[in-house]
Design a protein around this ligand. Structure first.
Ligand SMILES: O=C(O)CCC(=O)c1ccccc1C(=O)O
Ligand SMILES: [Mg+2]
Length: 368
């Protein structure tokens, strides 16, 4: 196929809630939507998960726009693209900037799947017809609020609950949660808020029988995590530290984690995400699909990826309606009893609500 035109749109969407993690509070969602058109005028869609501030990682909406406009779009525009697997290879001259790469690669994957008349999930090799999902709840002002949010999520059927923790907002809170919900599938995400010096505090979390603790130590670390894993019972799941297949290989070899949270944006696209998934399957490492508060396009990509066999743990892909009054896709992503039914139409399998997209777009630019 030939990519004849790419449209970048900067969208602003109101989120239903503020999302607080150990690194800060995300209030509203601004992101880049990528539309790639082929020689027949057919469109594929991708979404950048970079936020406006470089808190989670170093990328931002503006750095993504720059990298897309000046490097990534010129490197694929009017080129012959046999298969989306080669997109990242073609873009290899560019280091990191994984969220920018994933956004354009995702659009090409959607286009490829549509052209070949198959759902994106099938094009990726996924077999599941429905996927299990959990929910990620931010840090709350008080534990009473947190408990009631957890209760609501359980009643909605979510298969596991993830809470955000940091030093001082951990042991007491988890104790309270366990008092209310002794057997709840529960995990905690620290977003790099601890250091090895906090080891006693981290050991104290073992008694809560968490499914895992996500990214307790530094965002670029795999050495200290290996030291920590030997001293705590709770399985460590890495998020921020794993940017590629190579990172995953090294972390697994060192024993830095027992589980990996795969985020398409963080690893530079679906092709790399699939490679990491396959490696983890071979090495007996559990995987699940992380979330970045995505709008509909990114959410649809997460659904498709999660159909691969080794996504054996519930991910963070909650229903569209949890985040948005109205999503940019139709139908929206819905969750029943903690399950999402995988769409069986070609490509991402959800239509783009172009009126909604136009309403939410603050700036757009066409490249051809
Ligand atoms: O609901 C979601 O999309 C997942 C939310 C989440 O946990 C998260 C959201 C923003 C940035 C980082 C993370 C994370 O997984 O660490
Ligand atoms: Mg995380």
């Amino acid at each position: 196929m030939q990519i004849k035109e790419v449209v970048l749109r900067h969208l602003k969407m109101n989120m239903k809630f503020d999302f607080t993690t150990s690194f800060g509070t995300i209030r509203n969602k601004e992101f880049i939507l990528v539309e790639a058109k082929d020689e027949y005028g057919m469109s594929g869609w991708g979404e950048s998960v970079a936020f406006t501030a470089p808190w989670y990682n170093e990328e931002t909406l503006k750095t993504n726009w720059h990298v897309l406009e000046d490097f990534l779009i010129p490197s694929i525009l009017h080129k012959h693209v046999e298969h989306p697997d080669i997109v990242n290879e073609t873009l290899l001259g560019i280091r990191k900037n994984n969220m920018a790469k994933a956004a354009i690669e995702g659009a090409v994957w959607d286009l490829y799947a549509k052209r070949s008349g198959q759902p994106l999930a099938t094009a990726l090799g996924g077999q599941k017809k429905e996927i299990e999902v959990g929910i990620s709840i931010g840090i709350q002002k008080n534990t009473t609020d947190l408990i009631s949010l957890i209760e609501k999520a359980i009643n909605e059927g979510y298969k596991r609950i993830k809470i955000k923790i940091k030093p001082g907002k951990d042991i007491e809170i988890l104790k309270e949660i366990r008092n209310h919900f002794p057997t709840l599938p529960l995990m905690a995400d620290a977003n790099s808020a601890y250091r090895l010096d906090d080891i006693e505090r981290l050991k104290a979390l073992d008694e809560f029988k968490l499914m895992m603790i996500e990214q307790p130590l530094a965002s670029d670390d795999i050495i200290d995590h290996a030291v920590l894993q030997k001293q705590i019972k709770t399985p460590i799941c890495l998020d921020e530290s794993i940017l590629s297949y190579e990172d995953a290989r090294k972390a697994i070899e060192l024993g830095s984690c027992k589980i990996i949270n795969i985020k398409i944006g963080r690893v530079g696209g679906l092709t790399e995400a699939k490679r990491i998934h396959d490696l983890c399957l071979e090495k007996g490492i559990g995987v699940w699909c992380g979330g970045m508060l995505e709008a509909g396009v990114g959410r649809a990509h997460n659904v498709a990826l999660t159909t691969l066999s080794n996504f054996s743990l519930p991910g963070d892909t909650a229903a569209s309606s949890r985040y948005w009054e109205k999503d940019i896709i139709s139908p929206e992503v819905t969750v029943h009893n903690g399950m999402i039914t995988v769409p069986d139409r070609p490509g991402i399998g959800y239509d783009i609500d172009i009126n909604a997209v136009n309403e939410l777009t603050v700036f757009e630019k066409v490249y051809k």
